[in-house]
Design a protein around this ligand. Structure first.
Ligand SMILES: Nc1nc2c(ncn2[C@@H]2O[C@H](COP(=O)(O)OP(=O)(O)O)[C@@H](O)[C@H]2O)c(=O)[nH]1
Ligand SMILES: [Mg+2]
Ligand SMILES: [Zn+2]
Length: 330
């Protein structure tokens, strides 16, 4: 049987909706053979923790069975994945570290878009820095979206958004300034999203739904419906879905991202995920420099000389402490 290539756009209770290259939607299952192979892999390779076999964003090859139905025969290798490590539900006894399960939130995302409001609610640089670290850890390009710039304008402070977020531009992150109310920057955001699989995250109230609706009518609502279904509530089914954009591309809202801890990251490797710090590390006098107190520390010198923003250094220290506090199963 000939196989068709496609993209997994929805997963729900063992059913996977695959969009084929000719644009049709097939509801697929995973044949038992694939599950057996996957389990054998887990059993043979101790470094291969259990993980979702198929997730939204996976590129797959399917065999079409009857109209509208199919079986996933091949899951292509993931370029990257946004992963949540969690203890295996109902955890077995034995060594807790063996119970880690890799939940794939989204496979093969092209970028993360982190939405924060200029005010109302006040932005949390710490939350943004933690998102950026997680994205760097997953080799995921990030875009910062600063919304509600109309509020700054109406206060007579049109430069305020750039004063707060400009430092991220200096570091090298693209920053888009938007208002879902006036429409400012919305065309730019639309262009950023078009043709890509984007993961959207940000604090509640920042205007994510409003912005998506401004980008494309109904988009915010569609994404919101999925996020609710993905939520942890007792009565919700676990649905994951990529919402298509008219001009091509997909958006995934991942409320779970907020709760992600830095489990994967060792305190000593955190400096690699702060873009402005990473290139300086090799100039520190000590190779195991923690950049907190050591003489001859290039990071401390850069903070002193204003080449590293004090807010970012503060985030580094806080996240370092956080990375040192491992959960019980790590
Ligand atoms: N002034 C202003 N208010 C906005 C803007 N975008 C969203 N809001 C308002 O902020 C609140 C939260 O928006 P919502 O889209 O639900 O945020 P979400 O929780 O991130 O999805 C709503 O009352 C919106 O009307 C904006 O650009 N400017
Ligand atoms: Mg919303
Ligand atoms: Zn140092």
């Amino acid at each position: 049987m000939s196989l068709q290539k496609g993209l997994v756009v929805k997963t729900q209770s063992g059913f996977f909706t695959v969009k084929t290259e000719d644009g049709r939607l097939l509801v697929c299952r995973i044949p038992g053979r694939l599950k057996v192979e996957h389990q054998r892999h887990i059993d043979l390779d101790p470094d291969f923790p259990p993980a979702d076999i198929v997730a939204v964003g996976d590129r797959v090859q399917v065999a079409e069975l009857s109209s509208g139905k199919g079986e996933i025969e091949i899951v292509e290798e993931r370029v990257r994945a946004l992963i949540r490590r969690a203890p295996v539900p109902g955890g077995r006894d034995s060594n807790p570290s063996e119970q880690l399960y890799k939940q794939i939130i989204v496979a093969n995302p092209d970028q993360a878009v982190f939405v924060f409001a200029v005010m109302d609610p006040a932005p949390s640089p710490r939350m943004l820095d933690r998102f950026l670290v997680m994205a760097e850890d997953s080799a995921l390009p990030s875009v910062v979206c600063v919304n509600k710039i109309d509020l700054a304008v109406s206060m007579g402070e049109p430069d305020y958004p750039r004063r707060v977020f400009g430092l991220y531009e200096d570091i090298g992150y693209p920053v888009v300034y938007t208002s879902a109310v006036t429409g400012a920057g919305v065309a730019t955001l639309r262009a950023v999203l078009t043709g890509k699989i984007s993961v959207l995250a940000g604090p509640s109230g920042a205007g994510k739904s409003s912005l998506l609706n401004a980008v494309q009518p109904g988009l915010g609502l569609a994404v919101q419906a999925v996020s609710r279904a993905t939520g942890k509530g007792r009565h919700t089914t676990r649905v994951r879905e990529l919402i298509p954009l008219c001009g091509g591309g997909y958006v995934a809202d991942t409320p779970g991202l907020r709760g992600l801890a830095l489990w994967d990251i060792e305190p000593d490797e955190l400096d690699a995920y702060f873009r402005e710090m990473a290139p300086l590390v090799e100039q520190c006098s000590f190779s195991d420099c923690s950049h907190t107190h050591e003489p001859g520390c290039a990071i401390l010198a850069a903070v002193e000389e204003g080449r590293i923003a004090p807010e970012r250094y503060e985030s580094y220290l806080r996240l370092r402490d956080e990375a040192a506090e491992l959960p019980w199963w790590a």
